[in-house]
Design a binder for this molecule. Structure first.
Ligand code: CA
Length: 157
């Protein structure tokens, strides 16, 4: 079926968002939070299995959708130490963070937590993957890709 036909039918509001797989349409974003802890590459693979990618949380405007998603699932990102993988990393070129659609996440973006990205986590250096947590607002931090975290997948609609 081509897109035109599908968009004309009764499922139009969710068109392309796999709600049957537990995705939710929140403020025009099609998202699912996985409450299983995985390293970054396993999380990427899981999202790709849904024909999506890790959530590209590119602006403050994306914060409410994530918090709403957590709330819907009965979880709270505001608790200390809680964080979720998002779709940015600097694996290809150090210090050049890219979202999964290849757009850049500037190192001076207001989305980073204070002092981030610092290419560091405890004693580990050269860390390359990005998580989001909540400190009065959603904030990003670069951490080791081997960390096991919850993750948010996004399907483009
Ligand atoms: Ca860091």
């Amino acid at each position: 079926m081509d897109r035109l036909n599908r968009s004309a039918d009764a499922k139009a509001p969710y068109d392309g968002c796999p709600v049957e797989r537990g995705y939710l349409l929140l403020e025009y974003r099609c998202l699912k939070l996985y409450f299983i802890k995985r390293n970054y590459s396993d999380a990427v693979t899981r999202c790709e299995g849904d024909r999506g990618h890790l959530f590209n949380l590119k602006s403050r405007d994306d914060g409410p959708a994530l918090l709403m998603l957590m709330e819907t699932m009965g979880k709270d990102l505001g608790t200390m130490g809680k964080s979720v993988w998002v779709g940015a990393n600097d694996i290809k070129v150090a210090k050049v963070f890219r979202w999964s659609d290849n757009t850049t996440l500037a190192v001076d973006s207001e989305l980073w937590a204070d002092g981030q990205p610092d290419d560091m986590y405890d004693d580990v250096k050269n860390v390359e993957c990005v998580r989001v947590s909540y400190m009065n607002q959603v904030v990003l931090d670069d951490v080791p890709c081997s960390m096991k975290l919850w993750f948010a997948c996004q399907v483009d609609i």
